[in-house]
Design a protein. Sequence first.
Length: 75
Amino acid sequence: MQVYPINSKILRQIWSVVEQTQSSTLLRLSDPDLVSQLLTQLDREQALTSEEINSVNTYLFSRTNLIRDLAIARS
């Protein structure tokens, strides 16, 4: 599976979705469920191509610890 670069608009939207999601939700979900939840929310805001979905999926998996750290800091 090839991973394509993520454009800055999508990156901003990813972190906006993370900020909009309740901390308790971000903390209680398993990594796969967390990534799936965020990806679903992001895809609702902007239709993503299959390449973008793959790239965002990979990106989110690599950032789950950061996402949880941010959620802890907010709670």
